[in-house]
Design a protein around this ligand. Structure first.
Ligand SMILES: CC[C@@H](C(=O)O)C(=O)SCCNC(=O)CCNC(=O)[C@H](O)C(C)(C)COP(=O)(O)OP(=O)(O)OC[C@H]1O[C@@H](n2cnc3c(N)ncnc32)[C@H](O)[C@@H]1OP(=O)(O)O
Ligand SMILES: [Co+2]
Length: 133
């Protein structure tokens, strides 16, 4: 895996959290994007090499809605950039990690993504992401 690509933070309201993070980071978000397949709206901030991704649920079945119901707002996942997501998925499977999707799926910001179960990564949900090209 390469660098940390982004840190995902689950929030109740993108509007309210966007203002908080704008004040915190001292800069405006560079993009917002709805990812219908994940039932989320996102707001992105650039922070040097890695980004901050704020995530708001758009449906009750969204992973973000379930996470907030159980744990409240907070750090939801860490995403690592990978060069070859299929090779990295094969490597992780062979190491015994549980992958939450069999094939890479479309994420935000033109990425192909795959998630590793948080129970296999010391309680942290891990996202792999590769530039979709
Ligand atoms: C915008 C698109 C994309 C991008 O391009 O960046 C995204 O980031 S999308 C982000 C939202 N999508 C996802 O999170 C998809 C992957 N997530 C999942 O597959 C599931 O949410 C999950 C992680 C497998 C959990 O689902 P499930 O088992 O159905 O939920 P439970 O509530 O029963 O959780 C079981 C267990 O795991 C703990 N948990 C859940 N989420 C997290 C988390 N984010 N970090 C750490 N731990 C988490 C949960 O608390 C339960 O533990 P116990 O309470 O001890 O049983
Ligand atoms: Co993410």
């Amino acid at each position: 895996m390469n660098k940390i690509e982004h840190i995902g933070i689950a929030v109740k309201s993108l509007e309210a959290a966007g203002k908080t993070y704008q004040a915190l980071l001292g800069k405006s978000p560079y993009k917002t994007e709805a990812v219908v397949s994940e039932q989320v709206n996102t707001l992105f901030f650039e922070t040097g090499d890695a980004k901050v991704e704020l995530l708001e649920a758009t449906g009750e079945e969204s992973a973000i809605a379930k996470f907030i119901a159980k744990r409240g707002e907070g750090l939801h996942h860490i995403a690592f950039e990978v060069t070859d997501i299929l090779a990295e998925m094969d490597r992780l499977r062979a190491e015994g990690f549980r992958l939450m999707n069999d094939q890479p799926k479309r994420g935000a910001d033109n990425k192909l993504v795959c998630f590793v179960h948080p129970k296999d990564a010391c309680g942290v949900l891990i996202e792999l992401c590769q530039e979709a090209g």
